[in-house]
Ligand binder design. Structure first.
Ligand SMILES: [Zn+2]
Length: 135
């Protein structure tokens, strides 16, 4: 699918709003050698618009793991569960930081942490700069 045009102003708004952090795993952009990208929360494939309320700032790991997915399965109940949405959810309602480890607090948090692979060993080694006061 063609990559949509995102204006300089919209790009700046998304980056400033995120305070240059990945809005999913809270890694600081400058701590991720591959940096962060602007992503569609609801992917283009599923009709998500290129508007400020559907855009988030995400590190390359989170963005690649999320792909065009919108959620996953809660294997205990068989239910389809959506991912954490940085525009409508508060991070601290769904996750908490246990030093560098992100612990899910809700089923939305569990599905998001699992599919985006927040606590992958290779990622943890560079996660220490996470701002524990966030949000
Ligand atoms: Zn991330």
């Amino acid at each position: 699918m063609a990559h949509p045009y995102i204006s300089v102003e919209l790009r700046r708004l998304v980056i400033n709003r995120a305070d240059s952090l990945c809005e999913y795993c809270l890694i600081l952009e400058t701590d991720r050698p591959s940096g962060c990208q602007i992503e569609h929360i609801i992917s283009l494939k599923h009709g998500g618009p290129t508007t400020e309320d559907n855009l988030a700032y995400a590190c390359v790991f989170c963005n690649l793991q999320k792909g065009t997915d919108l959620g996953s399965i809660n294997w205990q109940t068989g239910e389809l569960v959506r991912f954490f949405n940085p525009r409508r959810d508060l991070w601290a309602d769904h996750f908490r930081l246990d030093e560098a480890i992100i612990q899910p607090l809700t089923i939305i948090g569990e599905v998001t942490a699992r599919i985006l692979d927040f606590n992958d060993r290779d990622r943890l080694s560079i996660n220490f700069s996470r701002r524990s006061w966030f949000p």
